[in-house]
Design a protein around this ligand. Sequence first.
Ligand code: C5P
Length: 221
Amino acid sequence: MIIAIDGPSASGKGTLAKRLAAHLGFAHLDTGKIYRAVGYQVVRQGGDPEDEATALAVARALDPATLSDPELSGDEAALAASKVARMNAVRDVLLQFQRDFAESPPGGASGAVLDGRDIGTVVCPEAPVKLYVVASAEVRAERRHKELLERGEASIYARVLQDMKDRDERDTNRSVAPLKPADDAFILDTSGLNADEAFAAALAEVEKADADRLQNKSTAT
Ligand code: C5P
């Protein structure tokens, strides 16, 4: 079972993906981390994340162990990620890693939850469950602002909102794998929902897909 979750930043998709994976005993891959790891590594070695040859070399040499680096949660990594993510060649290199994870989840798990921007449209278009998690830019900026303050970091709401809009713009309007829902995705708007309510709505979709799958199996036999 593969669960594909897409949506813009701070829509709540990461929390949802983690919680669904824990509840179902599935493996979880936050695919944004892969792009962040590439972008951040380019910056750390003094390179320009807009330079394709550098980004491609880093993507090819990506060590999965670096995905747990706490620096990847920062805004510097996020900005660099959205730049390298616009490059077709970089995305191609990272695609196989994501598909391998979905098809053979680590630890022998019976399923995988992947969250990102193009999981339902490009990485796992055959996934039986596709969720597209959205919330207004203002709600997402408010969540991100609160999270930064709670971590003791300086944050100005207006700037967070502007950064969010800039990143949405880059992710939505790029020519390669733009952020958009798959035709058969379930759109989950979390603007007025708390984390528990969003989780319950997502789980209901997963259970529905599972019931449909069992039904199809029994009619086929
Ligand atoms: O989800 P997160 O904010 O960590 O993603 C960082 C950036 O990586 C996004 O803004 C997007 O440009 C890129 N990304 C992507 N495709 C994915 C996941 C992330 O292009 N599947």
